[in-house]
Ligand binder design. Structure first.
Ligand SMILES: [Fe+2]
Ligand SMILES: [Fe+2]
Length: 191
């Protein structure tokens, strides 16, 4: 399947499930991520696919995601056990593989850790992670916009660090996922 068809299929999935809002979000993330991909010399079409697919599990309810994860015997983090929606990054990766035939590990990994990041994250992981956060911020949710945006131009690492640091400093993570704890530690070590 060529990329154009694939992109149309992905978009239709959101639309046929009445998830116009999620489609708008992933398209916004794609735009931001492609900008970063150019700055960091990444493959633009891979970045775009990762962005468009990162929230594809948004067509499911958190309860369905939990059932899906259980059925596949995924090891479930205590944070995911309590907040099933946290599973959406890992479920999106499986859908990308199984429904859209994605085999590229840069794409799959970036989808899989877009909410929590993880230790030894790739540049693709960081680009999707940060583009996702900036996109939510544009909706006027949190106030770390300036923090991460200015840092992104200088250093993707610093940007990821500042975002996660903000989360911890403001007690926004009631029950942190193991991956974000490890990402935080890793980023702090390499500042
Ligand atoms: Fe997400
Ligand atoms: Fe997202």
């Amino acid at each position: 399947m060529d990329n154009c068809n694939l992109i149309n299929l992905i978009k239709n999935k959101y639309l046929s499930n009445n998830k116009e809002d999620v489609l708008m979000h992933v398209e916004n993330v794609a735009e931001l991520a492609v900008g970063l991909a150019n700055a960091y010399n990444l493959d633009v079409s891979k970045t775009k696919l990762a962005a468009l697919l990162h929230d594809i599990s948004g067509v499911m309810t958190p309860q369905e995601m939990y059932g899906f994860a259980k059925m596949r015997s995924l090891e479930i983090d205590p944070a995911e056990e309590k907040y099933h929606a946290l599973l959406h990054q890992r479920v999106s990766k499986i859908i990308a593989q199984e429904e859209y035939g994605i085999i590229d590990s840069d794409i799959l990994n970036a989808i899989e850790c877009h909410t929590t990041l993880r230790k030894n994250a790739s540049v693709y992981d960081k680009v999707i992670f940060i583009a996702d956060k900036i996109s939510w911020d544009q909706k006027g949710v949190p106030l770390y916009d300036d923090l991460i945006k200015s840092a992104t131009v200088e250093s993707l690492n610093e940007s990821c660090y500042l975002y996660i640091n903000y989360q911890f400093d403001n007690n926004l993570l009631v029950m942190p996922h193991q991956w974000i704890l490890e990402a935080y530690e890793d980023l702090q070590k390499h500042r």
